[in-house]
Design a protein around this ligand. Structure first.
Ligand SMILES: [Zn+2]
Length: 246
């Protein structure tokens, strides 16, 4: 079943630059990668909601750190994670694999494996007229995740998979890294007008204390050098270059 209305998704800024996403429908909440629990519980309580499901994109502590305490508070919560991560995400009670489709809050959600950042990273794709992708640490606005456990080839293929999704897909990543990613990109492509425009737009949002996420796939393909890379060789050069940029 596809849904037509754009989902109601709220971002909670936590730690240095993490964003926890809450997808809310009626009184039910789905939380994506809860790095911490307090702000999630606070938001849910203040709005008289109920935590139904936790989606885990990968095992890093700044994505699963709050999960245990959320389970304590809502013992019946569904915790959805990759079946390959039963050891590192031990509290999962719904284990999923690439290509599987689930019904969550009345929406059809497809599991897309996006390897590279870790050896089992998954993304959650909400189908419909207003598609949404919860991408964790695989793609950021202006950047992509570091390759910790996978290979350059895997990460390149993961980005190719993302590029094949509908162009109006709204992408929700787990970190607010946009400005520093664009500064890096502009350093490599100082004359690129699309990146320049995006940077000034991002600076404006940040000065108003707004998030620069989500972003549309459409727009991102114009300004993200990793998505613009024409082949594995170019991608590898960019990723290695970015690793040295702090
Ligand atoms: Zn990570």
């Amino acid at each position: 079943m596809a849904f037509n209305k754009a989902p109601n998704i709220i971002g909670l800024r936590v730690l240095n630059d993490n964003v926890i996403w809450l997808w809310v429908k009626d009184k039910s909440v789905v939380v994506i990668d809860p790095s911490v629990h307090e702000p999630v519980i606070k938001y849910i309580d203040e709005n008289n909601l109920y935590l139904k499901t936790i989606l885990q994109t990968h095992h890093h502590s700044d994505h699963i750190g709050g999960t245990k305490c959320l389970i304590k508070r809502w013992p019946n919560v569904n915790v959805i994670a990759s079946s390959k991560e039963k050891k590192r995400i031990p509290f999962q009670n719904i284990s999923v694999e690439d290509g599987e489709t689930l019904n969550i809050l009345g929406a059809e959600v497809k599991i897309i494996e996006v390897l590279g950042h870790t050896s089992s990273h998954i993304a959650f794709f909400l189908k419909g007229k207003n598609p949404v992708l919860f991408i964790g640490d695989t793609l950021f606005s202006g950047g992509c995740g570091r390759i910790f456990e996978g290979t350059y080839r895997q990460m390149y293929s993961s980005l190719e998979r993302i590029k094949s999704l509908p162009k109006n897909t709204l992408i929700y990543c787990a970190h607010e890294y946009t400005k520093s990613n664009l500064l890096w990109a502009l350093n490599l492509k100082p004359k690129d007008q699309d990146i320049k425009n995006k940077l000034s737009e991002v600076k404006k949002k940040l000065s108003l204390n707004e998030l620069t996420i989500p972003f549309s796939l459409d727009e991102e393909m114009k300004i993200n050098l990793f998505l613009r890379a024409k082949n594995l060789e170019e991608f590898t050069f960019l990723r290695a270059n970015k690793d040295l940029w702090v």
